[in-house]
Write a protein that binds this ligand. Structure first.
Ligand code: AMP
Ligand code: ZN
Length: 474
């Protein structure tokens, strides 16, 4: 079967390009994973929702995918430019926990967030600490080729030895503002970066390894180069991350990998714009971050957040607000209502005919599918997908078969659990439901009726089917 054509914006060339993988049998996709020193915030999760959409769109277009995501559990310093302390070591002090336990704890919480958001897990999730030997090998290669130098605190990459440094991502070399000073240490050039950092002589780090240059730990950038190379070889198809990775992390990855192999590691560079709050980037270091758990604690469905994120284009900055999330939740609930009504009708023998597409309906369906698909395959234009979808649903209000096809199409790509009757309910509602389930099991009908009334007062419709009870937001 022929693959559908996808157009993707490529940061490397600064234009939308027709996507052609190196190998049609498998699209290779590497995503920069989280630094596991704290909860993921909803800005981080935006990046992973967008990458999930990319993965699902590639699959929709007919490509099998191999998706690798790293877990940064060492080496990410408080400044992306290799100064400051290791974020994991700071967290270990803060939480009075071993750095390894901190990493394990936040990795698990991160994956649990992904699951709640219907984000598919990567085929391989690779911890930096499991790949130290690969990183050392890569640094040795760069050393042999003369790209490195040693200072008192580590082994550095000499960016002047790579004449096109920064140009590959068409970077304007960041000019320092007058009066602003950069902590150069013994670095020879402003943009040089650490490949390996030495442990301080008077301090025993929790995470450190022997290396040909001395005891220490890898730099954050070499981690991704080494792991991508290990799983995909010298070149792969798509490299993903947030836009904050363009100027330093990905620029440095390109420099290292290119100098080691003579190839730019990825052909397409996919970057997700920021999620802001009051116009300011959400970030762990600014302390303005909201977690998915906070969203859930306020009674929102995590998938309302997924809907909210997909209502914006991944390359456009978005501003988070509780009002915007509420609007997304309302839309999601409307969709689930429509899906539930249609399913009920479809299961009713008297209405089976309504769900056989006649010729006119087939044409409608083909037309709308084409509109949605074109928007999706055109650099994942989800706002156009959604607005066209709503237009189609409104226009074809009486065409149940078309509506059902549209909803199934949307749910396949956006994965909002539209057809799952027992989706997310706030904890309070969940508890009442469980209590009522117990009452019903014990045939305590008086209690079950009282709890039904309580649920209805709280705006939930109670549907008892055989031995199971379903709730639906009114
Ligand atoms: P980190 O855990 O800081 O390494 O970041 C994990 C991912 O989240 C990276 O792809 C970042 O580029 C991305 N990211 C961080 N902050 C934001 C934000 N406010 N909006 C969107 N993506 C972000
Ligand atoms: Zn990375």
């Amino acid at each position: 079967m022929l693959n559908k054509k996808i157009f993707l914006y490529n940061t490397l060339t600064r234009k939308e390009e027709f996507f052609e993988p190196l190998n049609n049998d498998q699209v290779t996709m590497y995503c920069c994973g989280p630094t596991v020193y704290d909860f993921a915030h909803i800005g981080n999760l935006r990046a992973y929702i967008a990458e999930d959409l990319l993965r699902r769109t590639l699959r929709y277009a007919g490509y099998p995918i191999k998706h690798v995501m790293n877990i940064t559990d060492v080496g990410h310093l408080t400044s992306d430019a290799d100064t400051g302390e290791d974020k994991l070591e700071i967290a270990a002090k803060r939480e009075k926990l071993d750095a390894w336990l901190v990493a394990a704890k936040y990795t698990e919480l991160f994956f649990s967030d992904l699951k709640k958001l219907n984000i598919e897990l990567p085929d391989i999730s690779s911890k930096a600490t499991d790949h130290i030997a690969d990183m050392i090998e890569l640094i040795k290669k760069l050393e042999e080729k003369g790209y490195t130098y040693k200072t008192a605190d580590g082994i550095y990459f000499d960016t002047t030895k790579f004449p096109t440094y920064g140009e590959l991502t068409q970077l304007q070399k960041q000019k320092l503002q007058a009066g602003m000073r950069i902590d150069m240490g013994e670095k020879k050039n402003e943009h040089d970066f650490a490949l390996w950092k030495f442990s301080l002589k008077n301090e025993k780090r929790q995470m450190e390894w022997k290396s040909p240059w001395g005891i220490g730990f890898p730099g954050w950038h070499i981690e991704c180069s080494a792991m991508a190379m290990k799983y995909f070889g010298e070149q792969f198809d798509i490299h993903c991350g947030g836009v904050d990775h363009i100027s330093i992390h990905h620029t440095n990855e390109i420099a290292q990998s290119y100098c080691a192999t003579g190839k730019i590691p990825a052909r397409y560079w996919f970057h997700v714009a920021f999620l802001n709050i009051n116009g300011e980037k959400i970030s762990k270091s600014k302390g303005n971050f909201i977690t998915l758990q906070e969203i859930i604690d306020k009674g929102f469905d995590p998938l309302a957040f997924r809907y909210f994120i997909l209502s914006g284009h991944y390359r456009t900055q978005m501003d988070f607000s509780w009002e915007a999330l509420q609007a997304a939740q309302n839309s999601l609930e409307r969709l689930r209502h429509i899906a539930a009504d249609l399913t009920e009708l479809e299961n009713n023998k008297d209405f089976t005919d309504l769900f056989q597409l006649d010729e006119i309906e087939k044409n409608y369906w083909e037309h709308w599918k084409n509109v949605l698909e074109t928007a999706l395959l055109n650099d994942l234009n989800t706002p156009v997908v959604l607005s066209s979808f709503w237009t189609a649903i409104r226009e074809d209000i009486n065409r149940k078969a078309v509506q059902l096809q549209l909803l199934k199409w949307l749910d396949d790509i956006f994965v909002l659990d539209l057809f799952n009757t027992n989706t997310f309910f706030p904890e309070e509602i969940q508890k009442i439901k469980e209590e009522r389930d117990r009452a019903r099991a014990q045939k305590d009908w008086t209690c079950a009726d009282a709890l039904r009334i309580l649920l209805e007062e709280k705006n939930f419709e109670v549907i008892d089917r055989d031995d199971e009870t379903f709730l639906r937001k009114k």
